[in-house]
Write a protein that binds this ligand. Sequence first.
Ligand code: NAD
Length: 386
Amino acid sequence: MSMRVVVPKENRAGERRVALVPEAVARLVKQGLAVHVERGAGQAAWFADEHYAEAGAVVETDAAALWGRAGVLCKVQPPTEAEVDLLPEGAVLVGFLQAHRHPEVIRRLQARRVTAFAMERVPRITRAQSMDALSSQATVAGYKGTLMAAELCQRFFPMLTTAAGTIRPARVLVLGAGVAGLQAIATARRLGAVVEAYDVRHAAREQVESLGAKFLQVELDAEAEGGYARELTEEEKQREQALLWRSVEEADVVITTAQIPGRDAPRLITTRMVETMKPGAVVVDLAAESGGNCELTVPGERIQHGQVTVFGPVNLPSALAVHASEMYARNISNFIALFCADASEGAAGSAPAFDWEDEILAASVVTHGGEIRNAAIREQMAGGQS
Ligand code: NAD
């Protein structure tokens, strides 16, 4: 009997994505896996049940039965506690888990002896690039966030020479030049804006310039382990704000994407800075969900502060559900191939085989065999209990 891969419908509010799209299902079925999909699982992302069936999936109506017979369950959002209780012992769960936000779910996964992998913990190494869901979804967020900024902006992005006069291009400032920031820069450039960008990592400079944007130089380099940024000292923060102030004042649009793993997003734009912005200027804060880069950001809200609009969108990838799902499905199917033995030879076995020497599996596993395998999460949960 082949291993059963299960795709339920996402039930968290506002989530339109689906973990596997029909094209990914077809590949898994070809590799010898049995794929079962909940009726309507892809509907919000415009993937019809018929297309899943054509791809070789069994479409099921009874969600509880689907969860109850899962071998490998593929999710986008973390499951609820009640959903975890439906899983058979020893099942595998793959998806974004956000353990710090959902400790109770992690405890249930542990109690049910589920092997749970967190896609956000896949290491940023070359071999794992095809499984890097943080990058694929950040690409979507950078693109969509820029379009939303263009929509809110009362000015053209491109320079236009028309019979009604010449229009100067919009000035867009992008703060944080990781995956989302670079995509925001590329998108704003494609729309014709003049773009400036800033990151605390010097390594970002070349990438920013290669996209045709100007890099703002601050005399500090805060690159830390794994290519991520570290938190700045108070003195560094002051220097950073002083440098950014002038560019913020001159911008028509500011798109912020700065994040520090495991911490609140750094505060880059104060209320006073917003108050010196041009009338009609727009701030789109892509770090809204982790505390915001702008002091005025309210997650999920669009607020008007004086003459400036500050928007803190949440779950942007869901707003581009078709391609976000396609990219995520690629990440997920590449990931599960790591433990579906012989999948590539078309002879997938009925039980997953985990090689804990594999650094991708070792870094992303959260629970296995009734234990919390991730030391940081274990400590955090122990702290929460005391
Ligand atoms: P992220 O989402 O953690 O943060 C976004 C950006 O914010 C980062 O570039 C970070 O340097 C920047 N930032 C943090 N504090 C800041 C501050 N105070 N002011 C300005 N900017 C600030 O980053 P990410 O997009 O996940 O990328 C993190 C790193 O991982 C980058 O070095 C990226 O190139 C690297 N990466 C590597 C791979 C790979 O090799 N497979 C894949 C993706 C990303």
